[in-house]
Design a protein around this ligand. Sequence first.
Ligand SMILES: *Cc1c(COP(=O)(O)O)cnc(C)c1O
Length: 342
Amino acid sequence: MAELRINSQAFFHNLKLLANHVGSKEKVAVVLKDNAYGHGLLEMALLCKEAGIASAFVKNEAEAIRIAPYFESVTALYGDVESKSPANVWVALHSLEQIRRIPKGRSVELKVDTGMNRNGIMEEELFVALEAIRAQGLILCGVMAHNGYGDELGSEFFSQQRRFEGVRARVEEYAREHGLPRPRFHALSSSGALRSRNIQDDLVRFGIAIYGYLCAHPLVVSEIGLRPVLSLWARRITTKSLPKGARIGYGGKSELEEEAKKVSTYDVGYGDGFYRLNEHHKLLTAQGERILPRVSMDCLSVVGEREEVCLMEDASELARLFDTIPYEVLTRFSPFLKRVVI
Ligand SMILES: *Cc1c(COP(=O)(O)O)cnc(C)c1O
């Protein structure tokens, strides 16, 4: 059966690099949303627990509940939470209406829009939001922003950071005045954190970097030696000897150029979240064998006869080929593919 292999040593190596960069392991929070960027939510949560990571961020309550036992807190970035969820499932608040929907006593993190113009409350709403949270009987555990310019050259990154500093000062003041515990503050994800020195935030929400990638402008963030964690392996279904000129697969788009060759099919296709390579793409397996377009839903053909082939060990290559980013390549992998931690 095809499988995704999770290289635990590469993962621990990445976590260590990131902890060194931010100064301590306590500042490293992991983003495990979208099935841990395709790596497998439960598998990655267990590795995080082994590494002693305390805080995680996921997409929604359903993901949070599955991994709540392994962390001190798991924040659902989107959606609401129900009163019966474990108490360490926190929820990010994006609007004043949402605050009024959250059951009393739940822990929350307030998201503030510092210039990405996407999610979170507006800075002008900060006081009203803090009052609403208190009136609703919610526990304010964190205040967060999302800096949308971590990958880019230019000054927007820094102006967003300054706006967040202003938000932090106002919330700290508010907490002091009302005798509330100081919430944690965090605004950075992978690239923003890696371009910053002396990070003032209480933690950094690391996503793509823990999986071994950085997608920032090379002048903004230099590579620090991260290692890709995931590789995709397919098993042989069948092998046949084909003559020169044989046409293979739907539409016969691959034509064998060489003299008689062994050609095998393997059990991965675009239904598994692999890309549908067609006659315009050229890709080799990690062992250097030619993948023959077109990729089908559940299988693909390769020149060769190995028992198993590695179709991907670095998502950057597929990302380039399909004009996208490693995030998309990774999150597409079907949750039905087996994840094997090695
Ligand atoms: C996805 C996400 C992150 C992680 O971003 P990376 O670029 O993968 O490090 C951090 N914060 C929020 C709010 C996110 O949605």
